[in-house]
Design a protein around this ligand. Structure first.
Ligand code: BTN
Length: 329
């Protein structure tokens, strides 16, 4: 019932609806309406109440609420099952637990804060409350394990398209898993796959997107490397709108372009966003380093590197990170 009251207020955003109207529509007493209004106010919804005019939701707050998220989410798989946590260790860890217990494809775990957020290569991921989108999705792709990097490619393109649509920002992709803006990292993707040699049982793709960090909020260690939507666009963003756009873009790419011939289309889009293609890069692995020109990306999501002696080397995303010749990109 709380969600229905909220939806009536959202349908009339910025306008008053009388308590009597709401109580009539829902077949509940005006006292019950008032109880739900109080509840919503205590949860952070800026609802003005007037004895004469009724109730008015002034603006949509930046609250991770499934009723808000589901409103206007036109997906059939992604986000149809959702868990939202105010604080959690890691959304990837929780999504893996759910996947192991049979959670359906498209199950989403979102947290306002992560206290043990994980990055690639064993790094940690700083995920304070209210500052970003910390989200993981359970997938059950029909891919061979060696094609698993396609999931990262698909997610990176989906995030780039979603950001363009929902935050009016153009971003680049730094192979394999970084979304960058102005030469700094805006978002990281962590694709964790549970597979046997011939079959992927499930994958969990985690997205960490810096949204409302200001420059001072960024810890010293990453100040020079990281950015946020707020820093880039000089305004705060409502995370729910962006999450919805990401889930919609991911579903479109995942269902239509991951498996079939259309993956080449996805790869072309990925290349169009690439900030390393045609550039000289350093590929840093565990105890090794290669330099060369980023010549293209393979159907399996690998990087094709032109070495100085002219040979081509195929690099799998696994354990490497990439640097520009003298900087992060
Ligand atoms: C990276 O660039 O190293 C990947 C970072 C991925 C961070 C996200 S935040 C949501 C999900 N849960 C985690 O613990 N990590 C991913």
């Amino acid at each position: 019932m709380r969600d229905v009251v909220l939806n009536i207020l959202l349908d009339n955003l910025g306008h008053f609806v009388s308590g009597e109207d709401i109580s009539r529509q829902l077949g509940i007493t005006r006292a019950a309406v008032w109880k739900y209004i109080k509840l919503l106010q205590s949860q952070g919804y800026p609802i003005e109440s007037s004895t004469k005019k009724g109730y008015c939701l002034r603006q949509v707050p930046d609250i991770l609420d499934d009723a808000l998220l589901l409103r206007g989410l036109d997906t059939s798989v992604f986000g149809r099952k959702m868990e939202i946590h105010s604080s959690i260790g890691s959304t990837n860890a929780r999504a893996k637990e759910l996947a192991l217990n049979g959670a359906p494809e498209g199950t989403v775990v979102i947290a306002d804060e992560q206290v043990q957020g994980r990055g690639r290569l064993g790094r940690s991921w700083i995920s304070p409350p209210g500052k970003g989108i910390w989200m993981s999705v359970v997938l059950r792709p029909r891919l061979f394990p060696q094609q698993a990097s396609r999931i990262t490619i698909m997610t990176a393109v989906a995030v780039a398209n979603a950001l363009k649509r929902s935050a009016q920002i153009e971003v680049g992709i730094k192979w394999p898993n970084d979304i960058v803006c102005g030469g700094k990292k805006l978002c990281g993707i962590l694709n964790e796959v549970h597979a046997e040699p011939q079959v992927i049982h499930y994958a969990v793709v985690g997205i960490g997107l810096n949204v409302n960090f200001s420059q001072e909020d960024l810890p010293d260690g990453i100040k020079d490397l990281a950015t946020s939507l707020k820093i880039e666009k000089d305004k705060e963003f409502c995370r729910v709108d962006i999450i919805r756009a990401i889930l919609q873009e991911m579903e479109k790419s995942y269902l239509q372009r991951l498996n079939n011939d259309r993956f080449t289309e996805l790869l072309k889009e990925y290349e169009a966003h690439s900030v390393i293609l045609g550039k000289r890069v350093r590929v840093i692995g565990i105890g090794s380093e290669l330099s060369g020109y980023a010549e293209g990306f393979g159907e399996d999501g690998s990087l094709i590197l032109r070495l100085d002696d002219g040979r081509l080397e195929t690099i799998l995303a696994g354990d490497v990170s990439i640097r520009g010749e003298s900087s992060y990109v």
